[in-house]
Each structure stands twice: as C-alpha cells, then as structure tokens.
Design a binder for this molecule. Sequence first.
Ligand SMILES: CC(=O)N[C@H](C=O)[C@@H](O)[C@H](O)[C@H](O)COP(=O)(O)O
Length: 225
Amino acid sequence: MKEQILGKLRNKLVVSVQPVDHGVLDKPEIVALLSQAAVNGGASGIRIEGVDNLLASRSHLSVPVIGIVKYDLDDSPVRITPFLEDVEQLAKAGANIIAFDGTDRKRPVSREDLVKAIHSYGCLAMADCSSREDGDYCAALGCEIIGTTLSGYTGGPIPEFADFELIEYFASKGYFVMAEGRLNTTEDVKKAVYAGADCVTVGTVLTRLEVMTEKFAKAASVTKD
Ligand SMILES: CC(=O)N[C@H](C=O)[C@@H](O)[C@H](O)[C@H](O)COP(=O)(O)O
C-alpha cells in the first residue's frame, strides 16, 4: 500500500487546493471542483485542508489525497493537524496521507503520538518540516514523506524563494522528499526536481486566485514615467 501510493506520486505534481480563508471560493463544493480541475490538468495528488472539504472532494478523485486540518491556536504556533481527533476524521473521510506540523515547537500532541495515530488508521504520514533537524527527527519516527512545507514559516521574514538546499539535504538522506512552499513557476518546479525532490506540491499560484490577482493588479497599475 505504502509503495503503491508513493509510486503514484514519484516524479509527479500534487496541487494544494486551499482557497484563501473566508474568501468566496472557500467552500467545499468549490474545493471539490478545483481539485477535479487540477487532476484534469495533470495533478497526480491533491492536498486538501479541512474535513468538510475532503468529504466533498474525495469521491470525485481517484488520485492520492493528502489531508490536513489547520488551526490558529492561542497557546501554540503549530497550525497543521495538531490534534489526534482530526487525524481520525481525516482518515475516515478518505485521506491516504495525513500531513502534520513536524517542527520541534510547543504543541498540544507530540509528533510521536500523531505519527502513531496516522499509521493506526492505515494512512501514510507526511511531516511538514522547517529544518534539517525536523526532517531527521520525523524520518526516524517513520514518516513516509518528508516535506519542506514549513521552511521559512517559523519566524522572521518569509524568504522570496523555495528552500532548494533543504530539498537537497533531505534527498541526500534518502527520504521521500516532498518539495513544497513558494514553488511559483515551472522553473522552480524543475529546480526542485533537480535538487532531488521525489514529488512537488504547488498551491498558491494555482488555487489562491485573490493572491495572484492582487499581484497582477499591482503590476497593471504601475506608473509609466
Ligand atoms: C506554511 C503553510 O502553512 N503552508 C500551507 C500548508 O498547507 C499552505 O498554506 C501552502 O499553500 C502549501 O504548503 C503550498 O505552498 P505554496 O502555496 O507556497 O505553493
């Protein structure tokens, strides 16, 4: 099962379908349609946030689905799948892979317990990492996928470019590497693959229409002199 799912993702694209929070596209039926459109365009996997979004989408998708649930907690900076209840609900809603925050930060549930729970439902565990240490730790816990998702998002200004060095490092360790985060062009995607990524996830440029439109709108209103 594990090899079958990883095989479907190897050298392929995952599209993260996470519309802007509370935007007009932030609705389960829209997430389902965007996910199908992404698959029709060649996505080999879909990353979906939220159990309702996953429930609305799953039956329309024949590709592996990565499920997450995001929170803004008062007492922890961890946002991605911090709780065991969500692991259960994501698994029951049909996620093949469950991603969680793999960083070493104050958190309600340990990384060990999350990985155990994910595996107990027969799902693959993907660790969204910010550093080499996160990846090494989560790989040792048995996570099947090590992602660069949180590099640049644990403090300080968000870098302009993706963390290709972290992709290279994870690849050098033999992990199944998901390159994710700030891969905004087809050239970025190729660079990630050349750096050793086994699979690449692209989100914002494909599925956050407001964010991308704002950039183009700004470009259009540039002054000519
Ligand atoms: C840091 C964080 O919370 N990342 C999230 C993880 O689910 C999403 O907001 C990103 O859109 C996703 O990782 C894809 O990345 P990008 O949108 O840059 O292609």
